[in-house]
Design a protein around this ligand. Sequence first.
Ligand code: LER
Ligand code: MN
Length: 278
Amino acid sequence: MKKTWKYAISGAEHTPMTAPLVLEGSLYELMEKARTYGYDALEFHTRENYDFDLDRIAALRETGKGDICTLATGRLYTQGGCCLLGDTQQSVDGAMNGMQTYIDKAAALGCDVVLGLAKGDVKPGEDRGEVMARLAGRLQVLSDYAAQRKVRILLEVINHYETNTLNTAEEIMTFFEQYGLSNCYVHLDTFHMGIEEFDPCAAIRRCGKRLGYLHIADNSRRYPGSGQFDFARILSALAEVGYDGYVSLECFPEPDRDTTARKTIEHLHDCEKRAGIQ
Ligand code: LER
Ligand code: MN
């Protein structure tokens, strides 16, 4: 079987103690570090108004010293308090404007955006069908805005302890089948799948060509290879659907950032070998 995907690693300039983010440091240093550890690119977590030095990034790319594949937007919600299903107009406008700013930055960088918690929730007493239609309408605006700029929206499937919408591959695929949203792609995460899916490989196959991004962590949300998940099986499922996006490490940096980054890439290469993936 053929390896069709690339590997990425998550990082931010400042990571809260509770965040499952591996690297911490300046963006440009992290882009280089990712490459040194053997990953193809960096997944960067930041606020929407981050000032990217595009010349410096272009130089890192041209010399093969570093790359950036995604901007994660969760801080729009966790720090900015805005989400697409917000209960005030200010929260919704903040999320729409904030996402458009992230998309503008991603367009300048030539990368994609991840949308997870900034999606929001159905509130008690609300009609779920109506709320999901409202979410689809707002996503359609963002999806069109991003498509015009050649940016894809990677919509993350997150477990039900963190959010109450789009918790499984089946749910998001049914949502896409109902509303189209052709520039939105499924973003799975092995940690969340361990909670929600009967079989993560079946979930990958259900998404097929609509799978756009994958976070990996082991069952305890520590590095792949530290726990019970079978990553050889997961990589085989990716090969089966011809997945050509990034497999990005998002886990707790325990026992430390360096060990996490090294052990993961070692384990992934070992799993590739065991699964006969070249
Ligand atoms: C973010 O990628 C994620 O997986 C969520 O658990 C964040 O809370
Ligand atoms: Mn994730």
